[in-house]
Write a protein that binds this ligand. Structure first.
Ligand SMILES: C[S@@+](CC[C@H](N)C(=O)[O-])C[C@H]1O[C@@H](n2cnc3c(N)ncnc32)[C@H](O)[C@@H]1O
Ligand SMILES: [Zn+2]
Length: 368
């Protein structure tokens, strides 16, 4: 066995072990997250002097208050999977069980009573929305990095038919999909965080797209069986309290032969340490996880056939990808370095031994 694999396994066991106190480490992580010298706040970009939770930049949303008729073809009550119809423009009603679902700012809230939602995860996501919007997907070198991973995901699938961005966040990927999909492709975005969805709705309205945005729980998707040709789950599964339930739902809503492309953090010593430090801080709920390749396969395979696993992200990933957590752009010329760092990552992904130490796992799986 290679040295680095031994090293990695050894530390994975320590990290899993009983009796390791992470309390002090967490406190340190929390302090770094709050006061770290390289920490950038949304306030510092928006002109607000207040750090952290500022007013969300979603005022003046010009969104239609109607649900597209196409959505009603395949949207279902998340409680009983009955068909839905519109009840004035303010709500949808289940024709089977009578449950009503409000439409807020043009976004149907299709989360039923059977969802076990982790409210602290939703609060965390509502909170980080502005950091995604104003840092992660705005700083040019960070955006360039994420577009690089989006291209890698797009290379694994043909974007055509009906496509779901499951856990779409602030809609940055959907915006990209509008440009990269074939004519006639129907794009749908779902997320649990209304903070994220409000930005997604605004972004997609601004780019003139007819994408349907819906609040939904990935563990109880409000769609009929076999509705989709392709599902993207970028950074979603590791946020779910029950990732296997999320995988089962993706398989259910995919037609036979439909494809899932998932991206989640790879579990190695290198990724586990900062995650442990930051978990439970304002940016990471306790539910936040990362997966070994074996765990990822175990989550997906009862319902889907995994046919490709790619390791992604080495040096560029932490330096460029997460300025909302630590902004290395304050101490490094990342604008100039970004292209080389991304090339370096692509090279490292091909080096035996090093390859397995990636920060991310990109998986392609097929519904049978
Ligand atoms: C790491 S973010 C990724 C967002 C987006 N896909 C992207 O790449 O920017 C994880 C997303 O999963 C969403 N999420 C967490 N739990 C969820 C759930 N139960 N159902 C649907 N979305 C969920 C969060 O609100 C958040 O937008
Ligand atoms: Zn119902």
């Amino acid at each position: 066995m290679r040295m680095c694999e031994l090293f990695d396994r050894y530390f994975a066991r320590i990290l899993d072990g009983e009796g390791v106190s992470w309390g002090a480490a967490r406190a340190l992580g929390s302090a770094l997250c709050r006061f770290g010298p390289m920490r950038t706040t949304v306030g510092s970009l928006t002109g607000s002097s207040e750090e952290g939770r500022g007013p969300r930049d979603v005022a003046g949303l010009a969104v239609p208050s109607k649900v597209g008729p196409m959505l009603l073809d395949f949207a279902r009550c998340p409680d009983c999977y009955g068909t839905l119809s519109t009840q004035d423009d303010q709500a949808l009603v289940c024709e089977s069980c009578g449950e009503t679902y409000p439409i807020v700012d043009g976004i149907p809230q299709l989360v039923g009573t059977k969802s076990a939602i982790n409210t602290s995860e939703v609060e965390t996501q509502d909170y980080v929305t502005d950091f995604y919007e104003n840092l992660r997907y705005k700083l040019p070198w960070a955006r360039a990095y994420h577009e690089h991973t989006l291209r890698e995901m797009l290379a694994l699938a043909d974007v055509t038919g009906r496509v779901l961005d499951n856990g779409c966040g602030n809609g940055m990927f959907l915006e990209r999909l509008v440009q990269d999909s074939r004519p006639g492709t129907q794009l749908i975005g779902t997320d649990i965080s209304m903070g994220m969805l409000e930005h997604a709705k605004r972004r997609l309205t601004e780019c003139g797209s007819a994408i349907s945005i819906t609040q939904a729980d990935a563990c109880r998707l409000p769609f009929a069986d076999d509705s989709f040709d392709l599902v993207f789950a970028r950074g979603l599964l590791h946020h779910l309290p029950d990732p296997a339930a999320g995988a089962r739902e993706m398989a259910r809503v995919l037609r036979p032969g439909g494809v899932v492309i998932a991206l989640d953090p790879n579990r190695t010593l290198i990724s586990e340490l900062p995650r442990r430090l930051l978990r439970g801080t304002s940016h990471f709920d306790e539910d936040h996880k990362n997966f070994t390749v074996r765990q990822m396969r175990r989550i997906l395979t009862p319902h889907l056939r995994v046919d490709e696993v790619h390791h992604v992200g080495y040096v560029a990933y932490p330096l460029l990808g997460f300025p909302d957590i630590t902004n290395f752009g304050k101490v490094l010329p990342l604008g100039a370095l970004a292209p080389s760092l991304m090339k370096l990552d692509d090279v490292l992904a091909r080096v035996p031994g090093v390859r397995a130490l990636s920060w991310g796992l990109m998986v392609r799986a097929v519904a049978d």
